[in-house]
Write a protein that binds this ligand. Structure first.
Ligand code: ADP
Ligand code: MG
Length: 255
């Protein structure tokens, strides 16, 4: 396992909902220390794949291996404990809380009971809270948002809110970070910032799965890309390979 080894393996993974094959017999190998893109048109099965990887759905077929260990039947908390963290396609921030508080929520598993309540209702600030506030600041610095720490999360532009979500994900100290369309709804400038952050996290040694609908966004930052269409893997390879593959071009033009 670890850098350059197989970190995560999807072995013939299927997720069928009745007759609908949201993903069908998909094989993916994610190597440690890489950014692995999963792309495909709308409805191709990207989010379903993420839901299977994060334990939201138990696949109807196939196996999921994490560092060689079978985690197919793990529930979301079990997957999280293994060091796999995901963000959601739709923002999951607490709108009325500050940016800093939203990141602090990411540390909740370390908290004593009552901590979250204090955060929400601004009770006394304990030593513990100051400790995690400092750690949350450090994460905000990584995503370039330390100056926004005390603003209300919902007052930030959409692209920066996505970065807050990424910072909160980092609080769990993941070995693998799964980002489901982190650039959705962001402006071109914000997208650039988000891709910058992903590049920086990769340089720091984090393994990342980057799910994107738009092909062009992932090309600079991904080491390897899997392309889905109608729940099937239609092609995989380096960004250069993908960009020139006629099946990919057709999937996007036809989709
Ligand atoms: P993507 O993220 O690539 O846009 P999804 O994984 O969200 O695609 O969806 C793939 C297909 O699976 C779609 O046809 C979608 O309607 C279907 N699907 C996703 N989740 C469910 C579900 N819980 N029940 C039934 N169908 C679903
Ligand atoms: Mg999706």
């Amino acid at each position: 396992d670890g850098i350059n080894g197989k970190l995560l393996e999807l072995k013939n993974i299927s997720m069928h909902f009745g007759g609908l094959k949201a993903i069908d017999d998909v094989e993916i190998e994610v190597l440690g220390g890489t950014v692995h893109g999963i792309i495909g048109p709308n409805g191709s099965g990207k989010s379903t794949t993420v839901n299977v990887l994060s334990g939201v759905y138990m696949p109807t077929g196939g196996n999921l291996l994490w560092k060689g260990k079978d985690i197919t039947k793990y529930a979301p908390h079990g997957i999280a404990q293994e060091g796999i963290t995901r963000t959601f396609q739709n923002l999951q921030l607490f709108e009325d809380m500050s940016v800093l508080q939203n990141v602090m929520v990411g540390f909740h598993r370390h908290f004593k009971t009552g901590f979250l309540k204090n955060l929400l209702y601004l009770g006394q600030v304990s030593k513990e809270e100051r400790y995690y506030a400092q750690k949350a600041y450090d994460l905000l610095r990584i995503v370039g948002l330390e100056e926004r720490a005390h603003e209300k999360a919902s007052d930030l532009p959409y692209g920066e809110q996505r970065l807050v979500e990424i910072a909160r994900g980092l609080a769990l100290k993941p070995d693998l970070l799964i980002l489901d369309e982190p650039a959705a709804g962001a402006s071109p400038k914000e997208i650039e910032k988000i891709m910058d952050v992903i590049q920086r996290l990769k340089n720091a040694g984090l393994s990342i799965i980057l799910v994107e609908h738009h092909m062009d966004i992932v090309m600079n930052v991904c080491d390897y890309i899997t392309v889905l269409d109608f729940g099937k893997k239609i092609c995989e390879g380096t960004p250069e390979t993908i960009q020139n593959d006629p099946r990919v071009i057709e999937a996007y033009l036809g989709g």
